[in-house]
Design a protein around this ligand. Structure first.
Ligand code: 13P
Ligand code: SF4
Length: 300
């Protein structure tokens, strides 16, 4: 029996499939991916790809976004149990309630949300474009969902607007405390602290740099500094270390892991490519409505 990497490569060709992976995926998934990126880059790749099949190694909302942006393609996530708990915290009904309470506000939805919630929204954002995009909106009132931490960070950068939040958060990033940060800074006084905006607001406020996964990677690569404390999911270390083999990285806290991002295995990918079972399916109505919010983000 041939090596699993060869079998995946062979089937990928046969199916005209592209494998997209998020930076938090396990190192073995990086090896089979055609492209590894952050949420924004991955959604753009999904839209631009001329493959017939997209195999998405990430969490469920990412595969849904790929389907929304490329409805003519077959989209698969190799393990359907790989969800995002933050995306699951908010229901479309919550969006309707917030709209009714704030009729003049525009609904800005972090892509870490279900297709149904995107369908109820005006525009999507990711952690790399949220500040720029909110600044550019003509509305003065913003309903920012579902992440209260990213929302709070955006509000701190866009003081001229009024924000209404939903009480959602990422369980992996939200558990980082200012005590974790103080301990890490004390242990590594020469290091710069780089965090994802899904961390609590006081953690982001203590950082030298706040950014999405790809922004953190770019910051490290362009920095003259040699040592960094990393405040995001530890899968990012695979990319940071391979791009910067001589730089030193410390995690801001132990066990900084998103269990859902670790669910997809090589065996799952092989099984998906072999069977083409269990495609991501969304109704035409949801695709059309959610595409408006996602396309508006991509064009902004
Ligand atoms: P990025 O958009 O920064 O890649 O983040 C995605 C994510 O799920 C962070 O938890
Ligand atoms: Fe969701 Fe957090 Fe995991 Fe990102 S790290 S996929 S926000 S649970």
């Amino acid at each position: 029996m041939s090596d699993i990497y060869e079998r995946i490569a062979g089937l990928k060709k046969e199916r005209n499939a592209v494998i997209l992976a998020h930076f938090y995926q396990p190192a073995e998934i990086y090896k089979i991916a055609d492209f590894v990126g952050d949420s924004l880059d991955l959604s753009k790749k999904a839209k631009a790809s001329d493959a017939d099949v997209i195999v998405f190694c990430g969490v469920y909302f990412m595969a849904e976004s790929a389907k929304i942006l490329s409805p003519e393609k077959k989209v698969f996530i190799p393990n359907k149990l790989a969800g995002c708990p933050m995306a699951d915290m908010i229901h479309p009904y919550d969006v309707k309630k917030l709209r009714a309470a704030h009729p003049n506000a525009v609904v800005v939805t972090y892509v870490n949300s279900s297709a149904e919630v995107k369908a109820e929204s005006d525009i999507c954002c990711t952690s790399s474009n949220a500040v720029r995009l909110v600044k550019g909106l003509k509305e003065k009132e913003i309903i920012f969902i579902p992440d209260k931490n990213l929302g709070g960070y955006v509000a701190s950068q866009v003081s001229e607007k009024t924000f209404y939040f939903f009480d959602g958060y990422c369980p992996t990033h939200n558990r980082i405390t200012i005590e974790n940060i103080n301990r890490a800074k004390h242990a590594y006084p020469e290091a710069e602290l780089l965090v994802h905006p899904e961390t609590p607001i006081e953690v982001a406020a203590a950082a030298d740099f706040v950014g999405s996964t790809s922004e953190i990677i770019a910051y490290v690569t362009n920095s003259e500094k040699n040592e960094f404390i990393i405040g995001t999911e530890e899968g990012i270390l695979t990319k940071l270390k391979s791009d910067n083999p001589h730089k030193i990285f410390h995690m801001a806290a132990g066990n900084f892991i998103c269990p859902n991002m670790k669910k997809i295995t090589l065996a799952d990918v092989l099984y998906t490519l072999e069977t083409m079972d269990d495609e991501v399916i969304l109704s035409e109505k949801i695709i059309e409505k959610a595409a408006n919010s996602l396309e508006r983000m991509i064009k902004a």
